[in-house]
Design a protein around this ligand. Structure first.
Ligand SMILES: Cc1cc2nc3c(=O)[nH]c(=O)nc-3n(C[C@H](O)[C@H](O)[C@H](O)COP(=O)(O)OP(=O)(O)OC[C@H]3O[C@@H](n4cnc5c(N)ncnc54)[C@H](O)[C@@H]3O)c2cc1C
Length: 444
């Protein structure tokens, strides 16, 4: 009998874990299509942006991860079209188009950053969703100190040494904490004209508390720790404009203030992959405000039991956009495919098992919420360390990550401070070229 063709879109948590859950099945022929050649461990992107880890440590090659899974093939491509009737997926790489047929489909294309309808902010306040983003931010953060050293007026030096992080969720808190450590510890003795420890780090959010998802107690404890490190936390503050040299913030009482800052980081808001809207339109499913598709309780789309959607793209029972939802969803989808092939009845509806959440604030300090238990400080940090080591993919990556953590947490150093000109400016240059920038395959 012909093998059952499974297509998986995306090599993030949902895509990779659903693929691995079908390992060893000779009756399955699986094709994983993703627009990057790596799996990405997004929770550690902030460490790439702030020079602790290299990009390779958090983004192993998907092909290498799946090299021993004989029933899985990996192809590069951005999926542009899912034809639910013909059961095909169309993907493109530069000027080449590939059409891949499926019997079962798992869509795990994740979410991108949202600037809440102000996409023009992105050029001056990049988000943090990809390796490209993290490397560009690394360039901006380290370069701001270099430019401050060259500044000819105290005002310019101050603007270069002002870092604004928008969004006080886990990513924003982690970024603000790391920029503070970078300026207070790592770079403290490296400059001659400026004092890096005087850098101003501002963490802004329109919400009334830091880390709202962690509850009031842990939020307050994270805020106190950040403030002790010299981070200015401004809550109830909405960003209304962003440009190259600063941003304008509106406080709860309507007063507006301009902050001069060369380096802004956008860590607020997500927007699901546009594939969610395409699938919703074609299947009649609903779409929520973040562009996530309202899936059925078994993670399929209406009228198409062969199409599963998992992870950050879905709207179901108010599940959060976290790695465990994607991992468990990916495994659930794979299990339903296996059940059908084996003639077993389907499992009940997808149920999410919350394993807790955590965020680091600085070295040796974190907050963690696991069920009814709440931890902060060193204990939470040790928990964070252990959990992240378990989920980093590949033994060699775990070893080098541990080594880099020792360099940064026990010492003052950061192993990954390299910044290149293209890393800093390529995105802006490509955007300026617009449609004129159309690279093609070398042999086309
Ligand atoms: C900075 C940051 C920090 C985070 N920290 C935490 C944390 O501490 N704990 C936690 O639990 N969660 C955290 N998250 C959230 C977590 O990473 C996501 O919930 C999780 O990655 C979702 O998995 P996914 O498979 O749905 O999507 P992703 O992991 O985003 O994977 C999507 C995949 O689809 C691919 N793709 C997208 N569009 C296409 C297309 N059109 N064609 C082909 N491929 C496509 C992408 O290249 C990628 O491979 C964080 C996220 C970010 C951005």
């Amino acid at each position: 009998m012909a093998a059952h063709r499974v297509v998986v879109i995306g090599s993030g948590f949902g895509g990779l874990f659903s693929t691995q859950a079908l390992r060893g099945r000779g009756d399955v022929e699986l094709t994983l299509i993703a627009k990057t050649t790596h799996h990405l461990f997004q929770p550690l992107l902030y460490q790439v942006a702030t020079g602790i880890l290299s990009e390779g440590e958090i983004a192993p090659s998907t092909r290498e991860v799946l090299a021993r899974q004989d029933n899985a093939r990996v192809i590069l491509g951005t999926v542009t079209e899912i034809d639910l009737e013909a059961r095909t997926v169309t993907s493109v790489v530069l000027d080449q188009t590939t059409v891949t047929p499926y019997d079962s489909l798992v869509v795990a294309a994740g979410a991108g950053q949202s600037w809440f309808g102000n996409d023009h902010f992105a050029a001056h306040a990049p988000g943090m969703k990809s390796i490209d983003d993290a490397l560009e931010l690394r360039g901006r953060i380290f370069s701001a100190f270099e430019w401050a050293e060259l500044a000819t007026t105290p005002e310019d030096a101050a603007a270069y040494l002002t870092f604004v992080v928008v969004g006080a969720g886990p990513t924003g808190v982690e970024m603000a904490g790391q920029i503070a450590e970078l300026s207070r510890r790592t770079l403290a003795r490296d400059f001659r004209s400026i004092d890096p420890t005087s850098a101003r780090i501002i963490l802004l959010d329109a919400a009334p508390q830091v880390l709202p998802a962690f509850g009031e107690g842990l939020g307050a404890s994270a805020q106190a720790r950040l403030e002790a490190m010299g981070v200015e936390v401004r809550l109830g503050a909405r960003v209304v404009d962003v440009d190259e040299s600063g941003l304008v913030v509106e406080s709860a009482n309507g007063t507006r203030e301009r902050i001069e800052s060369a380096c802004k980081v956008w860590a607020a808001g997500v927007q699901a992959s546009p594939l969610a809207a395409q699938l919703a339109e074609r299947s009649g499913a609903g779409l929520d405000r973040a562009g996530r598709i309202e899936v059925l309780p078994d993670l399929t789309v209406p009228g198409h039991p062969e199409v599963f959607v998992v992870g950050d793209m879905i709207s179901l029972n108010q599940l959060p956009g976290v790695a465990q939802v994607a991992i468990q969803g990916g495994r659930y989808a794979a299990r339903q495919i296996a059940n059908r092939l084996d003639g077993r009845p389907a499992d009940g509806p997808f149920t999410y098992r919350d394993k807790g959440s955590m965020a680091t604030i600085s070295r040796f300090s974190a907050v963690a919420s696991i069920g009814r238990l709440q931890f902060s400080g060193f204990v939470a940090w040790v928990l964070w360390l252990a959990v992240h080591l378990v989920y980093i993919i590949g033994f060699k990556h775990r070893v080098t990550t541990l080594l880099h953590w020792a360099v940064s947490f026990l010492g003052r150093g950061r192993s990954e401070r390299t910044v290149t000109h293209r890393q800093l400016f390529a995105r802006a240059a490509m955007e300026q070229l617009g449609d004129d920038f159309r690279p093609t395959l070398p042999l086309s």
